[in-house]
Design a protein around this ligand. Structure first.
Ligand SMILES: Cc1ncc(COP(=O)(O)O)c(C=O)c1O
Length: 464
């Protein structure tokens, strides 16, 4: 990087005149996210977790201090008040996704909790099938264990290595390949948590036409993009709310289309999930709404805090957030691709799509040596830490993309796993003499040009 931050900002405003349309986010940052600049933090792990505004925390604290909230499994005044606040929050979230007519919203501890409900309740059986592309978070991959345990077949659909998008022909083939089967579940991420690729929403209808139920993992998509569940209608949708607005943690959601609700067979019952249960006999009646899947006492003190997060997103507007994140990602990718070693060789290789269409604000990359070989990334995060830059390195709980990017062969993986009782990524790397992992940078609604400048300067420091 040459030039000062001021000259960088000037260049960017000339190159991207529409950037100024998102200035309200700089104002928001100054007012509500002061701690970023006060602590000199360059936060670039928005896909890992979003940041909260001061206002969310303040309003939540005020709400807690003002009211007496009790366990909602009762009818007393403090209990009813909790129920009222939780119900209002649930309604607001359903409206946010335009899902108020067609979906139930189940509160879960996180996206993984939502996905686990699908895993244990989807009626897999010997004639059933679980189909998923290689680009999935482990919390989706793990559903295959439920499928296999019930005798269902599991199929992975490949990605195209160049852009990490679906191999569309093969996926279409798989979707059409099992017409005789019943209870077929197709699961895919609306946006990759690793490559940032937005996988097309049209797969929902394509899969449904072939008889599949569709699980859309929207965890990486909804923080920066609008999801309208009247336009895209997956049967099940998973998400974590802290990824959307940072606070509170410990809450996620599972949206279930009402017409698929009865298809999910809950394998047990718990407090709060039944309308009636007997100890003397074997009988119980499960609730016929979201309560069916909310085991025990819900997080009734934190759930109402979600309102302040959704208010924030509504106030800024998802379009403004998408625009900001899109421009910053384009800028980041262009500038990263332009970084060079002294001999003119590229400093960085970005994985995934080169173009900006249908991609979000997550970029993965590795450093290259002046000779063009991939550098081990292990010293990158410690070096970033020294500059108070938060990025992430590793495999990001998405082994499919990593195995592909590092050209690892299924046969090698097979022999590693078969010859070990347990293991680590480091051990596997040594054993297979291969690279694993990459570096991930992700931008969000309050990322500013100073963050990008600091990050590019950091990257440049690796040039030789
Ligand atoms: C695409 C995707 N799905 C699922 C998850 C799991 O979310 P959580 O860890 O909040 O359960 C993540 C988390 O990074 C994710 O990015």
């Amino acid at each position: 990087m040459t030039g000062t931050l001021a000259s960088f900002e000037k260049e960017v405003s000339q190159q991207f005149p529409t950037f100024s349309e998102t200035n309200q986010l700089d104002e928001l940052r100054q007012k509500e996210f002061k701690r970023l600049d006060e602590t000199g933090s360059v936060y670039l792990d928005f896909t890992g977790g979003n940041l909260y505004s001061e206002r969310q925390v303040r309003l939540h604290a005020e709400n807690l201090l003002k009211h007496v909230f009790g366990n909602p499994h009762s009818m007393n005044p403090s209990s009813s008040l909790s129920t009222k606040h939780v119900d209002e929050t649930r309604d607001q979230i359903l409206r946010f996704f335009n899902a108020q007519d067609d979906y139930f919203l189940v509160f879960t501890p996180n996206a993984s909790g939502a996905l686990k409900i699908i895993g244990e309740s989807y009626p897999f059986h010997e004639q059933g099938h679980f189909l998923l592309p290689f680009d999935n978070h482990n919390s989706v991959n793990g559903i295959r264990e439920y499928a296999r345990a019930k005798g269902a077949e599991v199929t992975y659909s490949p990605l195209v290595i160049e852009d990490l998008r679906f191999d569309e022909k093969t996926l279409q083939h798989y979707l059409a390949a099992y017409p005789e089967k019943k209870n077929k579940l197709f699961a895919y991420p609306a946006q990759s948590n690793v490559s940032g690729v937005k996988h097309s929403p049209t797969w929902v209808d394509l899969a449904r036409k072939e008889g599949w139920d569709v699980l859309m993992d929207a965890s990486a998509f909804v923080p920066t993009s609008k999801l309208d569940l009247k336009k895209v209608t997956p049967d099940f949708v998973s998400m974590s709310f802290y990824k959307m607005f940072g606070y509170p943690t410990g809450l996620g959601g599972l949206l279930i289309r009402k017409d698929k609700f009865k298809k999910l067979l809950k394998p047990w019952f718990a407090g709060g999930t039944v309308t009636l249960a007997s100890a003397m006999t074997e009988y119980f009646f499960l609730a016929q709404d979201h309560s069916k899947f909310e085991d025990g006492t819900i997080n009734y003190l934190d759930i109402p805090a979600l309102r302040y997060g959704f208010d924030l997103l509504d106030e800024i507007g998802m379009e403004t957030i998408s625009k900001r994140v899109g421009l910053l990602t384009r800028l980041l990718m262009e500038r990263m691709n332009a970084l060079k070693h002294a001999n003119g060789a590229p400093l960085i290789r970005i994985f995934g799509p080169k173009e900006m269409t249908d991609r979000g604000g997550t970029v993965i990359f590795n450093f290259l040596t002046p000779e063009g070989d991939t550098e081990a990334y292990l010293n990158v995060e410690p070096e970033a830490n020294k500059r108070n830059i938060s990025i992430r390195t590793g495999c990001f709980c998405n082994p499919g993309i990593d195995e592909l990017n590092n050209h690892i062969q299924a046969g090698d993986l097979d022999s590693y796993f078969k010859s070990h009782k347990d293991g680590t990524v480091e051990d596997m790397m040594e054993n297979l003499q291969t690279m694993r992992g990459a570096i991930r940078v992700s931008v969000g609604m309050v990322t500013n040009l100073a963050d990008i400048y600091a990050f590019l300067t950091f990257l440049q420091s690796f040039a030789r």
